[in-house]
Design a binder for this molecule. Structure first.
Ligand SMILES: NC(=O)C1=CN([C@@H]2O[C@H](COP(=O)(O)OP(=O)(O)OC[C@H]3O[C@@H](n4cnc5c(N)ncnc54)[C@H](O)[C@@H]3O)[C@@H](O)[C@H]2O)C=CC1
Ligand SMILES: O=C(O)[C@@H]1CCC=N1
Length: 262
């Protein structure tokens, strides 16, 4: 029996399998199952004790990383009493519970892709009676980043913030690179500058644990150049755009829950 069987060797399933499987104290034997066998094989090859599967086998814990509209069929195939961790966006604990053949323990998690390098953020919640699995899930997700225990009613918003969040930062990176190119820099230099800046700002914010406003003001010399850029962002209602975007993602999380029942 495997310690962990990951279903779905896509972006998130592979990031988690590789991150957890290579961390000290993580699940020792990991199997990975995907419709596309060579995706599962590519992940297994990056694990010390990884095995690519073509069908479900027995495992202590099943981590489901398929798309939300595929998860119901996967859950229905699991053996009675299965211990399940789902990372599917929008899918509620009650839904997972209703699809399981019988009993079992259920944890819902919302990680992000930075788990692949141990720098992820994962929110976790669990059904009553799943405390042991929830403790194990937190332990494993902690191997690949920070973990937050979150009430399920906040999951849509949390998912929209930290689950989708890396994409917002990459969009900023793209936009900074494009601005550099448009204003005359070589593409590679523009990307290197933007990437190193995002990394440094993130690390500085972590190191200082300071109010981000204070950190922004430390860059923004009165009458200087940054002030001109910030004034443009404020005039274009950047904060409002971020709020509107995060709200749209949270609303989509609710829709994904409903769509999975169709
Ligand atoms: N990509 C991300 O940043 C995050 C994704 N998630 C969640 O993770 C889940 C997976 O997302 P991605 O990895 O981005 O999708 P993906 O499309 O990259 O991967 C899904 C994989 O599941 C496989 N698959 C589908 N049905 C299957 C089945 N019945 N048996 C075996 N394999 C099957 C597909 O072949 C595919 O390789 C989604 O539910 C998503 O909401 C959660 C947090 C972040
Ligand atoms: O976009 C999505 O639906 C998934 C969940 C959070 C990040 N990616």
């Amino acid at each position: 029996m495997y310690d962990l069987l990951v279903v779905g060797a896509g972006n998130m399933g592979s990031a988690l399998a590789v991150g957890m499987g290579n961390a000290e104290g993580g699940p020792k034997s990991i199997a990975i199952l995907d419709h596309t066998l060579n995706k599962a094989q590519a992940v297994a090859a990056r694990l010390p004790q990884g095995r690519a599967l073509t069908e479900l086998e027995s495992a202590d814990v099943y981590l489901l990383a398929v798309k939300p509209h595929h998860i119901r069929n996967v859950v229905k195939e699991l053996p009675a009493g299965a211990k399940v961790i789902s990372v599917a966006a929008g899918i509620r604990l009650a839904q997972l519970n209703s699809w399981l053949v019988k009993g079992g323990a259920i944890v819902r998690a919302m990680p992000n892709t930075a788990c692949e390098i141990g720098q992820g953020v994962t929110a976790v919640c669990a059904t009553a009676g799943s405390e042991d699995l929830a403790a194990r899930a937190q332990e494993w997700f902690r191997l690949v980043g920070e973990v937050f225990l979150v009430p399920e009613k906040q999951f849509d918003v949390v998912s929209a913030l930290s689950g989708s969040g890396p994409a917002y930062v990459f969009l900023l990176l793209e936009a900074m690179q494009e601005a550099g190119i448009t204003l005359g820099l070589p593409a590679a230099m523009a990307l290197d500058l933007a990437r190193a800046t995002v990394r440094g700002a993130g690390l500085l914010s972590q190191a200082r644990q300071d109010d981000p406003r204070a950190m922004r003001l430390a860059v923004t010399s009165p009458g200087g150049m940054t002030a001109e850029a910030i004034a443009v962002f404020e005039k274009l209602r950047f904060r409002h755009q971020v709020l509107t975007a995060v709200r749209a993602a949270a609303e989509r999380s609710q829709e994904l829950s409903a769509l999975a029942e169709d």
